[in-house]
Design a protein around this ligand. Sequence first.
Ligand code: ZN
Length: 179
Amino acid sequence: MSDSAIIIAELTVSVDEAPRRAATAAAWLLDQLIIQPNDQPDPLWRPSRYVPGSDAAAAVRDVRHNTGPIGDGIDVLDQRQIHDPGGNYTSPACPNCTTPLDEDAHITLIKTWLDRTEPLVTCENCATATLLGDWRGPWAIHIANLAVRFNNWPLLSETFIHDLGDRLGPRCRLIHKRI
Ligand SMILES: [Zn+2]
């Protein structure tokens, strides 16, 4: 499977709305030639529905990656699930004072988010209450009904992340995963 992944997850889109938004995002990615259909899906070797398109390099931050293969498959995910950073995990930081959340407390809060709704979390240092998905860090964990996952891709450009985010919804979060 993959060794790393860049995930863009959207936190506000409902379960009912996610399939339509996912289709819109996939259509845009196909139209931009960032992705193309995977003509030879293989459950072990190439399980993703999409593979890099002929203009995939346009989505990448560093132009040195413009030659050679960009990465592995792309998954457009429209089911509610945990998006975790794997071995990159670092507890997220308070958006007001940057104090990190206690890891054990974070895992308990993630369970609350998964089972019920996104919790409002009060910082132990500055007492600011913030929704868990607004605590900062690309190595945090998010629950989302809608996401796009780029398997083994290099860093994506800010412009591309912004443009794709526009198609997904207003509350996108970036997760850098290492398996
Ligand atoms: Zn704080």
